[in-house]
Design a protein around this ligand. Structure first.
Ligand SMILES: Cc1cc2nc3c(=O)[nH]c(=O)nc-3n(C[C@H](O)[C@H](O)[C@H](O)COP(=O)(O)O)c2cc1C
Length: 426
């Protein structure tokens, strides 16, 4: 027997924004938090199918219905909401604008130190394989309303209590329970939601929404679903604690994974990798580094020939191999014996890997290859020293090609020496 119809109110927190945007015919947006916990149903959500209604009624949880679609969610003060309204002239392209607004938000999040966020499924935002946000749209011929909720410090135990397993789910959820599927952007404090809201507000203010809407600013990447990284969202807790330092966030996000998708990389990403190399400092500004970008099937095959079999087994899927090489005489050689070309090459390789990380790519450096084979296959001079090959690509959740030993090692937390062992402060 179904319990009686619950009373559901309208989610009207953004109605004033819609009104102003429509009357002024201008784009409007805002970032905010709710002061109390509510359960918000999608436009077509059936409360009997999606909610643990008895628990909601017992706890007196307010039930609201939003304009946009999607399944029911719990929204609490640990969430940050980003809503935007675009005046429209007629129906159409709503989906496209949905993607562009999400890209705008992703761009803002990167600015505040959340670099590895991506669109996942129809309407989610995810880091690795965890949902850390969801968005919905509602459009008429006059306006498009977009609202995204970011899970900064969500009360996941309340999701378990108030929400049933949703009737529809994105592929990357793979049947996981709320607590296995939902991640958090926070190190564990609600006040971090307010901090992130403030930082995001400032960052989005600096980003030209107009450009995203008109698509002068192209989204940096569109990526397939699914990631091969750990089940627990550890690094993002650290990311938020380092939110004031985007460089540390980026360094923290970089990890030499081995699960790489065959999907080719967008041109703009390749261009940025090259720019990252060019921006590297070097001794006397000698810029001794040289790189081969192996992109064509022929070049990739020649690169693979040089790899050790242990590297070939996982790296051969990569759509891009970068070979870094240099020559002793192209950089400083000090009279006391110090030689700098490989030092500078290393720094440029690091810059490249960080630029790849910014795009959410895997970039694994390899010493396990035959330099002589590279020289032979690419007709490099006898005096050059190929030092590193880097396998670069989008992360993949297809681990079938990975030997068992790598599946485990790639999921281990990062291993590093204690600071005191490597740094002496005098
Ligand atoms: C110079 C260099 C050579 C490396 N060679 C290989 C290699 O041949 N094969 C491999 O799987 N990983 C290789 N790695 C990756 C390291 O194992 C990895 O960076 C290290 O374990 C630290 O992990 P993290 O990068 O995820 O922090 C190499 C890394 C560097 C910097």
């Amino acid at each position: 027997m179904q319990s009686k119809e619950p009373s559901i109110h309208t989610y009207d927190y953004d109605d004033d924004l819609i009104e102003i945007a429509c009357s002024a015919r201008e784009r409007r947006w805002r970032v905010y938090r709710l002061t109390d916990m509510v359960v918000v149903l999608g436009r077509g959500s059936n409360p009997h199918t999606e909610l643990q209604l008895d628990a909601c009624v017992e706890d007196g949880v307010p039930l609201l219905r939003r304009r946009g679609g999607g399944c029911a969610v719990v929204v609490d003060p640990g969430n940050v909401i980003v809503s935007a309204v675009l005046p429209m002239n007629g129906i159409g392209s709503h989906r496209e604008y949905f993607g562009r607004l999400s890209d705008w938000l992703i761009c803002g999040l990167r600015e505040v130190g959340v670099p590895s966020i991506r669109r996942a499924g129809v309407s989610d935002l995810a880091i690795q394989n965890r949902k850390i946000g969801g968005a919905c749209i509602y459009g008429t011929k006059d306006f498009l309303y977009y609202s995204a909720t970011l899970l900064v410090h969500p009360r996941i135990e309340l999701m378990e209590r108030y929400l049933k397993h949703p009737p529809r789910e994105p592929e990357y959820r793979r049947g996981r329970s709320h607590s296995d599927f939902v991640g958090s952007l926070s190190g564990g404090q609600v006040r971090e939601a307010e901090r992130l809201a403030a930082a995001l507000r400032a960052a989005l203010n600096q980003i030209d929404l107009e450009k995203f809407i008109s698509q002068e600013t192209r989204p940096e990447r569109q990526r397939g679903e699914g990631f091969s990284l750990p089940d627990v969202l550890l690094t993002n807790q650290e990311i938020v604690s380092k939110m004031d330092n985007p460089i540390l966030s980026l360094l923290n996000a970089r990890k030499a994974g081995r699960s790489i998708s065959k999907e080719p990389l967008p041109e703009n990403v390749i261009v940025e990798l090259v720019e990252a190399i060019r921006l590297t400092p070097s001794c006397f500004n000698n810029q001794p580094w040289r790189f081969l970008f192996l992109e064509s099937p022929e070049a990739l095959a020649k690169g693979q020939e040089a790899l050790t079999s242990a590297n070939c087994v996982w790296a051969s899927r990569a759509p891009l191999f970068v070979v870094g090489y240099s020559r002793r005489e192209d950089d400083c050689v000090e009279s006391d014996g110090r030689v700098y070309h490989q030092f500078d090459l290393g720094m440029s390789a690091m810059n490249l890997m960080l630029a790849a990380t910014h795009h959410g790519l895997v970039a694994r450096p390899m010493a396990g290859f035959e330099p002589e084979k590279i020289k032979q296959n690419f007709e490099l001079g006898s005096d050059v020293q190929p030092l590193v090959m880097i396998a670069i690509g989008l992360p993949s959740d297809d681990e079938r090609h990975l030997p068992e030993r790598y599946k485990e090692t790639d999921k281990r937390p990062r291993q590093r020496k204690e600071a005191a062992e490597i740094v002496t402060r005098l």
